[in-house]
Design a protein around this ligand. Sequence first.
Ligand code: SAH
Length: 234
Amino acid sequence: MSFRVSVLTLYPEMFPGALGLSLAGRALADDTWSLETVQIRDYATDRHRTVDDTPAGGGAGMVMRADILAKAIDGTAPEGDPRPRLLMSPRGRPLTQARVRELAAGPGVTILCGRFEGVDQRVIEARALEEVSIGDYILSGGEPAALVLLDAIVRLLPGVMGNEASGTQESFEDGLLEHPHYTRPQEFEGRTIPDVLTSGNHARIAAWRRAEAERLTAERRPDLTALRGQPVTK
Ligand code: SAH
């Protein structure tokens, strides 16, 4: 069964975008996942197809209206739709590989992309939207964030990656950053490949990779160490 994606956006033309190419594009073409884009403006009620209004309390920018968004959500993923309803938002829980893995194991996702200053708080509550952040910086809209989230999900869907094993040996999968990689040529600008990697001794290679992963993690991301030993899902 296909992993079903619905994206609510003011810019449906941004999809599938980069996800129409390479692994994700092939998976889309062979129906491993399906993509529906919904133009939020189609749910506007006035002649100008307005979806936003000025912020209550004043201040700069515009806010996306709760009533219009609720209708768009209900028209796309009505009550009983088993897919999680996500809102891309810098205030959301930062996305992790563990959450990506959970989402990829499910039936699909409905994603709401914000624009302007964001969306009226009441629709977040009334439709139980899960706010998801892709990092501590501000984008101009939720669309690039949705593309990032979907890229991370789609590559985990069954059959998408050629080498299934590479999906479980990567950075973050066990609270470690990945070890460094090397390939031919044997010498590059005076730098050689570490001897152990060309030794043919698989036990020594595995031990070296593990030690390098631990060294890099301690050096760059000591915060990840807290995740060590926890099951990959959650
Ligand atoms: N005024 C808001 C930022 C709005 S940015 C604030 O200060 O929090 C406009 C839209 O871009 C948001 O509604 C959200 O959908 C998207 N967006 C921006 N940064 C994001 C991030 N880091 N992760 C996920 N979505 C983001």
